[in-house]
Design a protein around this ligand. Structure first.
Ligand SMILES: Cc1ncc(COP(=O)(O)O)c(C=O)c1O
Length: 456
């Protein structure tokens, strides 16, 4: 048996992308809240699945999900402000389900060599709505694969192989994407990573090595310029336009990076997998910054929270791989996934969800900032649209990891589910279809759950 200290130490390393599955707080939550049937299902899950951080052993088991809600096997409902960022249109949107059923009946699979009307319609639609000349696409079964295709295309187009990405970033869990990513949990103790994968600090004032204080002074952008100049042969800069931890670079940052990449002949690949398609207040987050990358990667919610699908959107003149294999994925033109994606885009457009996300997100952040007046534990409230982060810190400025976990488990008991990231940041990403009264109740729940923890 591993000692508790050991387990808590491992949990510390795991505190990056999501909340940990090793902590004693989780164990006590389970002891107090799960019935025998759920425990038996969890035990079976742990018996048959390989264990890994952030998933098996799991916290609880679900029975159903619809709209903004999850229902667990004991019939308890939770507002889902986590949703793995797949639920822009909520769970089980009727139009998404109808589109899936139709494609499923008509053409459940598309064998390679053939195309189909769903895939072509999706590629056309993406070309129509994407900024600039990002008119060519390739689909993949997941975000990591789509990022991988982007890097391959950058290598082919530039004849270079080096990449520069950000510390603390996440671009997927495959071996090549963890090389680009900057999180210790994924990179540590796994052996050699992809050669030429270099990293620079992100525009993150909370941990800025250039000591910019609470507001970015663009020294990190200047450092990118320096690195690209010193290397001289970087194929691509890969970054999340905004980070799911609520890291929102200032507008000048992306304008500067766009210019720096062009000047050094490095392609700019933006990863908008978790927040593209409306979450930040426009269909694509780069539109908020008025810049167009050379490649844009989207995924997650593209499949409507039902079907896995991601897409690489590339500049038209980067269509240079005629005799090379960029993707070659079995499900690259899945009619069912493409039908779901078309329905998702149609719903986001017809229900005005991007604009809604901007309006509701501002209101939600204002309400959370009011809580900041009351709870000293709240160090910062930040985000863009309905990608909102509440950063918790202790009075001495250190991360409030234990308190963040406590808030999360207390919130579950009150029917609100969200993710804790980087140890002490509450990540709140509700569906863009969420009712305003449900956002209000989330604020109330967070308020209640913070009570009594401020002085701790
Ligand atoms: C920013 C970012 N990029 C890439 C990925 C990888 O996507 P997938 O899990 O579909 O491979 C994720 C997934 O969480 C992500 O958040």
């Amino acid at each position: 048996m591993e000692s508790n200290d050991n387990i808590e130490q491992k949990a510390g390393i795991a505190q990056s992308e999501g909340d940990v599955n090793l902590s004693s707080a989780r164990e006590s939550w389970q002891r107090e809240n799960l019935d025998d049937a759920t425990r038996a299902l969890l035990a079976e899950d742990a018996r048959y699945f390989l264990h890994q951080s952030l998933s098996s052993p799991c916290l609880n088991a679900l029975r159903s999900c619809e709209g903004s809600f999850l229902v667990d096997t004991q019939g308890r409902s939770y507002l889902d402000f986590h949703g793995n960022s797949v639920h822009q249109v909520g769970f089980g949107h009727p139009k998404v389900k109808a589109a899936i059923y139709e494609a499923l009946e008509e053409l459940p699979f598309c064998t390679r060599r053939y195309t189909n009307r769903y895939a072509v319609a999706l590629a056309r639609k993406l070309a129509e709505i994407s900024p600039g000349t990002l008119n060519k696409s390739l689909f993949a079964p997941g975000g990591a694969e789509a990022i991988s295709m982007a890097v391959k295309l950058a290598r082919m187009a530039t004849g270079r192989f080096k990449t520069v990405s950000m510390w603390d970033s996440f671009h997927g869990a495959t071996l090549d994407t963890i090389s680009l990513g900057g999180e210790m949990l994924f990179r540590n103790n796994i052996g050699p990573l992809l050669p030429g994968s270099e990293h620079v600090p992100p525009a993150e004032p909370l941990h800025c090595p250039f000591h910019c204080g609470k507001s970015c002074n663009l020294q990190c952008a200047g450092y990118m310029d320096y690195v690209l100049e010193k290397e001289g042969d970087v194929a691509a800069v890969i970054a999340e336009t905004v980070r799911s931890t609520g890291t929102v670079p200032p507008p000048e940052y992306w304008r500067k990076l766009r210019e720096i990449c062009t000047r050094h002949g490095a392609l700019l690949i933006l990863d908008e997998i978790p927040h593209g398609l409306g979450r930040t207040g426009s269909m694509f987050t780069c539109e908020q910054y008025g810049i167009v990358p050379d490649m844009l990667v989207i995924g997650k919610g593209l499949g409507g929270g039902v079907v896995p699908i991601a897409a690489l959107l590339a500049r038209e003149d980067l269509d240079i791989g005629q005799d090379r294999a960029l993707g070659h994925f079995t499900h690259e033109k899945s009619p069912v996934a493409c039908a779901a994606a078309l329905a998702v885009i149609e719903v986001i457009e017809s229900e005005g969800l991007a604009k809604r996300a901007a309006i509701l997100g501002n209101r939600f952040m204002e309400q959370l900032r009011e809580l900041q007046q009351k709870h000293t534990l709240i160090y910062d409230v930040r985000g863009m649209g309905l990608l909102v982060a509440v950063v918790l810190r202790l009075p001495d400025g250190s991360p409030a990891n234990l308190q963040a976990e406590q808030v999360m488990y207390r919130a579950l008991n009150r029917g609100l589910s969200f993710k804790v990231s980087m140890g002490s940041t509450l990540i709140l990403t509700p569906p863009l279809t969420i009712e305003e009264r449900h956002l209000d109740s989330a604020v109330k729940i967070i308020d209640d759950c913070l009570s009594g923890l401020d002085a701790a």
